[in-house]
Design a protein around this ligand. Sequence first.
Ligand code: IPM
Ligand code: MG
Length: 363
Amino acid sequence: MNASEGPEPTAPQAPTIAVLPGDGIGPEIAAAAVELLGAIGRFELPEYAIGGDSIDRFGSPLTDQVLEACRSADAVLLVAVGGPKWDSTKADAPRPESGLLGLRKGLGLFANLRPVKPSPSLLDASPLRREKITGTDLLVVRELTGGIYFGRKLRSEDSALDECVYTVAEVDRIARTAFDAARRRVDPTSGAAPRVTSVDKANVLETSRLWRQVVSDLAAAEYPDIELSHLLVDNAAMQLVSEPSQFDVILTENMFGDILSDEAAMITGSIGMLPSASLGAERPGMFEPVHGSAPDIAGQGIANPLATFASVAMLLRDGLGLAEPATAVEAAIETVLAAGLRSADIGGSARTEQITKAVIAAL
Ligand code: IPM
Ligand code: MG
Protein backbone atom coordinates (compact mmCIF):
# COMPACT_ATOMS: atom_id res chain seq x y z
CA MET A 1 0.00 0.00 0.00
CA ASN A 2 1.17 3.55 -0.66
CA ALA A 3 2.01 4.92 2.80
CA SER A 4 0.74 8.40 1.95
CA GLU A 5 -2.78 7.02 1.38
CA GLY A 6 -3.02 6.05 5.04
CA PRO A 7 -5.87 4.03 6.49
CA GLU A 8 -9.42 4.97 5.51
CA PRO A 9 -10.50 7.08 8.47
CA THR A 10 -14.22 6.27 8.33
CA ALA A 11 -14.12 2.50 7.67
CA PRO A 12 -15.13 0.56 10.80
CA GLN A 13 -12.46 -1.84 12.02
CA ALA A 14 -13.02 -5.32 10.57
CA PRO A 15 -12.78 -7.97 13.35
CA THR A 16 -9.61 -10.05 13.23
CA ILE A 17 -10.11 -13.81 13.25
CA ALA A 18 -6.88 -15.78 13.58
CA VAL A 19 -7.29 -18.86 11.39
CA LEU A 20 -5.29 -21.95 12.38
CA PRO A 21 -5.77 -24.69 9.76
CA GLY A 22 -3.49 -27.27 11.40
CA ASP A 23 -3.07 -30.78 10.00
CA GLY A 24 -4.79 -33.39 7.85
CA ILE A 25 -8.09 -32.04 6.52
CA GLY A 26 -7.36 -28.77 8.40
CA PRO A 27 -6.16 -26.69 5.42
CA GLU A 28 -9.01 -27.64 3.07
CA ILE A 29 -11.64 -27.07 5.75
CA ALA A 30 -10.04 -23.78 6.80
CA ALA A 31 -10.16 -22.64 3.16
CA ALA A 32 -13.89 -23.45 3.10
CA ALA A 33 -14.43 -21.48 6.33
CA VAL A 34 -12.53 -18.50 4.92
CA GLU A 35 -14.75 -18.62 1.84
CA LEU A 36 -17.84 -18.68 4.07
CA LEU A 37 -16.61 -15.77 6.22
CA GLY A 38 -15.84 -13.81 3.06
CA ALA A 39 -19.47 -14.21 2.02
CA ILE A 40 -20.72 -13.05 5.43
CA GLY A 41 -18.86 -9.79 5.86
CA ARG A 42 -15.56 -8.01 6.30
CA PHE A 43 -13.05 -9.82 8.46
CA GLU A 44 -9.28 -9.81 8.74
CA LEU A 45 -8.34 -13.48 8.40
CA PRO A 46 -4.61 -13.97 9.00
CA GLU A 47 -3.52 -17.63 8.97
CA TYR A 48 -1.00 -19.17 11.35
CA ALA A 49 0.68 -22.54 11.78
CA ILE A 50 -0.32 -24.90 14.60
CA GLY A 51 0.29 -28.56 15.46
CA GLY A 52 2.26 -30.85 13.20
CA ASP A 53 2.42 -28.20 10.49
CA SER A 54 4.12 -25.87 12.98
CA ILE A 55 6.48 -28.64 14.13
CA ASP A 56 7.56 -29.18 10.53
CA ARG A 57 8.03 -25.48 9.81
CA PHE A 58 9.28 -24.10 13.12
CA GLY A 59 10.23 -27.10 15.27
CA SER A 60 7.47 -26.45 17.82
CA PRO A 61 3.69 -27.14 17.75
CA LEU A 62 2.93 -23.58 18.94
CA THR A 63 5.37 -20.70 18.56
CA ASP A 64 5.34 -17.65 20.86
CA GLN A 65 4.56 -15.46 17.84
CA VAL A 66 1.44 -17.44 17.01
CA LEU A 67 0.25 -17.43 20.63
CA GLU A 68 0.75 -13.66 20.72
CA ALA A 69 -1.06 -13.19 17.39
CA CYS A 70 -4.01 -15.22 18.71
CA ARG A 71 -4.02 -13.23 21.94
CA SER A 72 -4.42 -9.99 20.06
CA ALA A 73 -7.09 -11.33 17.68
CA ASP A 74 -10.83 -10.89 18.32
CA ALA A 75 -11.43 -14.62 17.91
CA VAL A 76 -9.54 -17.75 16.91
CA LEU A 77 -10.78 -20.39 14.47
CA LEU A 78 -8.89 -23.68 14.63
CA VAL A 79 -9.62 -26.77 12.56
CA ALA A 80 -7.60 -29.77 13.76
CA VAL A 81 -4.16 -30.95 14.78
CA GLY A 82 -2.33 -34.27 14.75
CA GLY A 83 -1.65 -37.21 12.48
CA PRO A 84 0.32 -40.44 12.20
CA LYS A 85 3.38 -38.55 10.97
CA TRP A 86 3.92 -37.10 14.44
CA ASP A 87 2.61 -40.00 16.55
CA SER A 88 5.28 -41.23 18.91
CA THR A 89 5.39 -43.02 22.24
CA LYS A 90 8.66 -41.27 23.15
CA ALA A 91 8.31 -39.07 26.21
CA ASP A 92 10.01 -36.00 24.74
CA ALA A 93 8.87 -36.11 21.10
CA PRO A 94 7.16 -32.84 20.01
CA ARG A 95 3.42 -33.45 19.79
CA PRO A 96 0.91 -31.55 17.62
CA GLU A 97 -1.70 -31.82 20.39
CA SER A 98 0.46 -29.90 22.83
CA GLY A 99 0.12 -26.89 20.50
CA LEU A 100 -3.65 -27.01 20.98
CA LEU A 101 -3.30 -27.50 24.73
CA GLY A 102 -0.80 -24.61 24.90
CA LEU A 103 -3.26 -22.38 23.12
CA ARG A 104 -6.12 -23.33 25.45
CA LYS A 105 -3.95 -22.68 28.50
CA GLY A 106 -2.25 -19.61 27.03
CA LEU A 107 -5.57 -17.95 26.21
CA GLY A 108 -7.16 -19.03 29.52
CA LEU A 109 -9.96 -20.93 27.75
CA PHE A 110 -11.31 -22.87 30.70
CA ALA A 111 -14.81 -23.53 29.34
CA ASN A 112 -15.50 -25.74 26.36
CA LEU A 113 -19.08 -25.73 25.10
CA ARG A 114 -20.15 -28.56 22.82
CA PRO A 115 -23.82 -28.44 21.78
CA VAL A 116 -25.34 -31.69 20.52
CA LYS A 117 -28.59 -31.38 18.60
CA PRO A 118 -29.24 -33.70 15.69
CA SER A 119 -30.45 -31.99 12.55
CA PRO A 120 -34.03 -33.07 11.74
CA SER A 121 -32.76 -34.05 8.28
CA LEU A 122 -30.16 -36.40 9.76
CA LEU A 123 -32.23 -38.39 12.24
CA ASP A 124 -31.59 -41.53 10.18
CA ALA A 125 -27.84 -40.87 9.75
CA SER A 126 -27.10 -41.75 13.37
CA PRO A 127 -26.22 -45.35 14.28
CA LEU A 128 -28.78 -44.91 17.05
CA ARG A 129 -32.42 -45.46 16.21
CA ARG A 130 -34.43 -42.38 15.23
CA GLU A 131 -36.85 -42.77 18.14
CA LYS A 132 -33.92 -42.86 20.60
CA ILE A 133 -32.36 -39.62 19.46
CA THR A 134 -35.47 -37.60 18.61
CA GLY A 135 -35.75 -34.66 20.98
CA THR A 136 -32.07 -34.64 21.94
CA ASP A 137 -30.81 -31.13 22.56
CA LEU A 138 -27.94 -31.11 25.02
CA LEU A 139 -24.87 -29.07 25.81
CA VAL A 140 -21.64 -30.54 27.11
CA VAL A 141 -19.80 -28.01 29.28
CA ARG A 142 -16.30 -29.38 29.58
CA GLU A 143 -13.63 -27.95 31.89
CA LEU A 144 -10.69 -27.32 29.56
CA THR A 145 -7.56 -26.11 31.34
CA GLY A 146 -7.29 -28.35 34.40
CA GLY A 147 -7.34 -31.96 35.51
CA ILE A 148 -5.22 -34.77 34.19
CA TYR A 149 -4.47 -32.95 30.92
CA PHE A 150 -2.42 -30.32 32.71
CA GLY A 151 -1.09 -32.12 35.80
CA ARG A 152 2.50 -33.13 36.41
CA LYS A 153 3.72 -35.79 34.00
CA LEU A 154 6.60 -38.13 34.77
CA ARG A 155 8.13 -40.94 32.82
CA SER A 156 10.84 -43.34 33.92
CA GLU A 157 12.14 -46.60 32.51
CA ASP A 158 9.37 -48.70 34.07
CA SER A 159 6.60 -46.32 35.08
CA ALA A 160 4.69 -43.19 34.14
CA LEU A 161 2.56 -40.69 36.02
CA ASP A 162 -0.23 -38.28 35.04
CA GLU A 163 -1.38 -36.21 37.96
CA CYS A 164 -4.99 -35.02 38.17
CA VAL A 165 -5.50 -31.85 40.19
CA TYR A 166 -8.54 -29.61 40.53
CA THR A 167 -8.81 -26.52 42.70
CA VAL A 168 -12.04 -25.18 44.20
CA ALA A 169 -11.70 -22.05 42.05
CA GLU A 170 -11.41 -24.08 38.85
CA VAL A 171 -14.50 -26.14 39.64
CA ASP A 172 -16.45 -23.11 40.78
CA ARG A 173 -15.91 -21.10 37.58
CA ILE A 174 -16.82 -23.94 35.21
CA ALA A 175 -19.91 -24.77 37.31
CA ARG A 176 -21.01 -21.13 37.01
CA THR A 177 -20.54 -21.34 33.25
CA ALA A 178 -22.74 -24.45 33.10
CA PHE A 179 -25.42 -23.00 35.40
CA ASP A 180 -25.54 -19.73 33.45
CA ALA A 181 -25.73 -21.65 30.16
CA ALA A 182 -28.57 -23.79 31.54
CA ARG A 183 -30.52 -20.68 32.53
CA ARG A 184 -30.05 -19.19 29.05
CA ARG A 185 -31.31 -22.38 27.42
CA VAL A 186 -34.67 -22.28 29.17
CA ASP A 187 -37.58 -20.72 27.32
CA PRO A 188 -38.83 -18.18 29.91
CA THR A 189 -42.45 -18.74 28.88
CA SER A 190 -42.25 -22.51 29.51
CA GLY A 191 -41.88 -22.32 33.28
CA ALA A 192 -39.38 -25.21 33.08
CA ALA A 193 -36.40 -25.33 35.43
CA PRO A 194 -32.88 -25.17 34.01
CA ARG A 195 -31.29 -28.61 34.35
CA VAL A 196 -27.64 -29.55 34.88
CA THR A 197 -26.20 -33.03 35.19
CA SER A 198 -22.76 -32.96 36.77
CA VAL A 199 -20.70 -35.97 35.73
CA ASP A 200 -17.86 -37.28 37.88
CA LYS A 201 -16.35 -40.44 39.35
CA ALA A 202 -16.92 -39.57 42.99
CA ASN A 203 -17.02 -43.22 44.03
CA VAL A 204 -13.31 -43.50 43.21
CA LEU A 205 -11.58 -40.15 42.65
CA GLU A 206 -10.79 -37.51 45.26
CA THR A 207 -10.91 -34.78 42.58
CA SER A 208 -14.45 -35.92 41.79
CA ARG A 209 -15.50 -35.72 45.43
CA LEU A 210 -14.22 -32.14 45.57
CA TRP A 211 -15.96 -31.46 42.24
CA ARG A 212 -19.29 -32.78 43.51
CA GLN A 213 -19.08 -30.78 46.72
CA VAL A 214 -18.18 -27.49 45.03
CA VAL A 215 -20.89 -27.90 42.38
CA SER A 216 -23.55 -28.75 45.01
CA ASP A 217 -22.54 -25.90 47.32
CA LEU A 218 -22.60 -23.36 44.50
CA ALA A 219 -26.02 -24.53 43.31
CA ALA A 220 -27.45 -24.33 46.84
CA ALA A 221 -25.98 -20.91 47.54
CA GLU A 222 -26.44 -19.05 44.26
CA TYR A 223 -28.45 -21.12 41.80
CA PRO A 224 -31.45 -22.50 43.73
CA ASP A 225 -33.49 -22.55 40.49
CA ILE A 226 -31.18 -25.11 38.88
CA GLU A 227 -32.35 -28.71 38.92
CA LEU A 228 -28.98 -30.32 39.63
CA SER A 229 -28.22 -34.01 39.51
CA HIS A 230 -24.98 -35.99 39.73
CA LEU A 231 -24.08 -38.96 37.58
CA LEU A 232 -21.06 -41.24 37.64
CA VAL A 233 -19.20 -41.10 34.35
CA ASP A 234 -19.61 -44.78 33.45
CA ASN A 235 -23.34 -44.49 33.99
CA ALA A 236 -23.39 -41.23 32.01
CA ALA A 237 -21.69 -42.97 29.07
CA MET A 238 -24.41 -45.59 29.10
CA GLN A 239 -27.29 -43.11 29.50
CA LEU A 240 -25.99 -41.03 26.59
CA VAL A 241 -26.73 -43.83 24.17
CA SER A 242 -29.71 -45.39 25.94
CA GLU A 243 -31.67 -42.17 26.55
CA PRO A 244 -29.85 -39.08 25.25
CA SER A 245 -32.95 -36.86 25.25
CA GLN A 246 -33.04 -36.84 29.08
CA PHE A 247 -30.03 -34.47 29.20
CA ASP A 248 -29.97 -30.70 29.12
CA VAL A 249 -26.58 -29.38 30.28
CA ILE A 250 -23.84 -31.89 31.09
CA LEU A 251 -21.13 -30.38 33.28
CA THR A 252 -17.92 -32.34 33.53
CA GLU A 253 -14.15 -32.28 33.91
CA ASN A 254 -11.59 -32.20 31.15
CA MET A 255 -10.98 -35.87 30.35
CA PHE A 256 -14.55 -37.10 30.93
CA GLY A 257 -15.76 -34.25 28.70
CA ASP A 258 -13.35 -35.26 25.96
CA ILE A 259 -14.64 -38.81 25.93
CA LEU A 260 -18.35 -38.10 26.42
CA SER A 261 -18.43 -35.43 23.71
CA ASP A 262 -17.10 -37.84 21.07
CA GLU A 263 -19.72 -40.32 22.18
CA ALA A 264 -22.45 -37.68 22.09
CA ALA A 265 -21.35 -36.65 18.59
CA MET A 266 -22.64 -39.92 17.18
CA ILE A 267 -26.17 -38.88 18.18
CA THR A 268 -25.92 -36.31 15.38
CA GLY A 269 -24.87 -39.00 12.91
CA SER A 270 -21.25 -38.05 12.56
CA ILE A 271 -18.49 -36.39 14.49
CA GLY A 272 -18.20 -34.32 11.31
CA MET A 273 -21.23 -32.33 12.48
CA LEU A 274 -20.22 -31.08 15.94
CA PRO A 275 -18.98 -27.55 16.68
CA SER A 276 -17.40 -26.21 19.84
CA ALA A 277 -16.56 -22.96 21.57
CA SER A 278 -13.72 -22.55 24.04
CA LEU A 279 -14.18 -19.49 26.19
CA GLY A 280 -12.28 -17.74 28.96
CA ALA A 281 -12.96 -14.72 31.10
CA GLU A 282 -12.35 -12.40 28.14
CA ARG A 283 -11.73 -12.35 24.39
CA PRO A 284 -10.56 -13.98 22.29
CA GLY A 285 -12.48 -17.23 22.39
CA MET A 286 -11.43 -20.13 20.24
CA PHE A 287 -13.82 -22.03 18.01
CA GLU A 288 -13.18 -25.44 16.54
CA PRO A 289 -14.95 -28.51 15.23
CA VAL A 290 -14.91 -31.45 17.65
CA HIS A 291 -13.62 -33.80 14.95
CA GLY A 292 -9.92 -34.41 14.43
CA SER A 293 -7.61 -34.05 11.45
CA ALA A 294 -8.91 -37.19 9.65
CA PRO A 295 -5.57 -37.98 7.95
CA ASP A 296 -7.19 -40.90 6.10
CA ILE A 297 -9.22 -38.55 3.88
CA ALA A 298 -6.92 -35.49 3.92
CA GLY A 299 -6.30 -33.75 0.60
CA GLN A 300 -9.18 -35.46 -1.21
CA GLY A 301 -11.66 -32.59 -0.92
CA ILE A 302 -14.34 -34.81 0.58
CA ALA A 303 -14.25 -33.78 4.26
CA ASN A 304 -17.44 -32.48 5.87
CA PRO A 305 -17.06 -28.73 6.53
CA LEU A 306 -20.32 -28.43 8.50
CA ALA A 307 -18.83 -28.81 11.99
CA THR A 308 -16.47 -25.96 11.17
CA PHE A 309 -19.27 -23.87 9.66
CA ALA A 310 -21.31 -24.45 12.83
CA SER A 311 -18.20 -23.40 14.78
CA VAL A 312 -18.06 -20.23 12.67
CA ALA A 313 -21.66 -19.58 13.76
CA MET A 314 -20.61 -19.98 17.42
CA LEU A 315 -17.63 -17.70 16.74
CA LEU A 316 -19.89 -15.00 15.32
CA ARG A 317 -22.38 -15.24 18.20
CA ASP A 318 -20.29 -16.07 21.27
CA GLY A 319 -16.95 -14.72 20.07
CA LEU A 320 -17.91 -11.48 18.33
CA GLY A 321 -21.47 -10.84 19.54
CA LEU A 322 -22.86 -11.03 15.98
CA ALA A 323 -26.04 -13.02 16.57
CA GLU A 324 -27.72 -12.27 13.25
CA PRO A 325 -25.14 -13.74 10.83
CA ALA A 326 -24.66 -16.64 13.27
CA THR A 327 -28.32 -17.59 12.99
CA ALA A 328 -28.12 -17.16 9.21
CA VAL A 329 -25.22 -19.64 8.99
CA GLU A 330 -27.07 -22.17 11.16
CA ALA A 331 -30.19 -21.82 9.02
CA ALA A 332 -28.14 -22.20 5.82
CA ILE A 333 -26.63 -25.45 7.15
CA GLU A 334 -30.14 -26.78 7.82
CA THR A 335 -31.33 -25.73 4.36
CA VAL A 336 -28.46 -27.59 2.69
CA LEU A 337 -29.05 -30.73 4.76
CA ALA A 338 -32.78 -30.59 4.12
CA ALA A 339 -32.04 -30.39 0.39
CA GLY A 340 -30.29 -33.75 0.76
CA LEU A 341 -26.69 -32.62 0.26
CA ARG A 342 -24.47 -34.98 2.31
CA SER A 343 -20.76 -35.63 2.59
CA ALA A 344 -19.44 -39.18 2.80
CA ASP A 345 -19.42 -39.32 6.63
CA ILE A 346 -23.22 -38.91 6.67
CA GLY A 347 -23.94 -41.26 3.83
CA GLY A 348 -23.57 -39.03 0.77
CA SER A 349 -20.99 -38.17 -1.83
CA ALA A 350 -20.98 -34.35 -1.88
CA ARG A 351 -17.54 -32.77 -1.86
CA THR A 352 -16.33 -30.06 0.51
CA GLU A 353 -16.45 -27.40 -2.21
CA GLN A 354 -20.00 -28.33 -3.27
CA ILE A 355 -21.26 -28.12 0.31
CA THR A 356 -19.45 -24.83 0.86
CA LYS A 357 -20.98 -23.27 -2.26
CA ALA A 358 -24.43 -24.56 -1.27
CA VAL A 359 -24.22 -23.12 2.25
CA ILE A 360 -23.06 -19.76 0.88
CA ALA A 361 -25.90 -19.78 -1.66
CA ALA A 362 -28.41 -20.53 1.11
CA LEU A 363 -27.22 -17.67 3.32
C1 IPM B 1 -10.62 -32.52 21.60
C2 IPM B 1 -9.41 -33.29 21.16
C3 IPM B 1 -8.20 -32.81 21.96
C4 IPM B 1 -8.49 -33.08 23.44
C5 IPM B 1 -6.87 -33.45 21.56
C6 IPM B 1 -6.57 -33.22 20.08
C7 IPM B 1 -5.72 -32.93 22.40
O1 IPM B 1 -9.62 -34.67 21.31
O2 IPM B 1 -10.61 -31.29 21.48
O3 IPM B 1 -11.58 -33.14 22.05
O4 IPM B 1 -8.26 -34.19 23.92
O5 IPM B 1 -8.95 -32.17 24.11
MG1 MG C 1 -11.59 -35.16 21.87
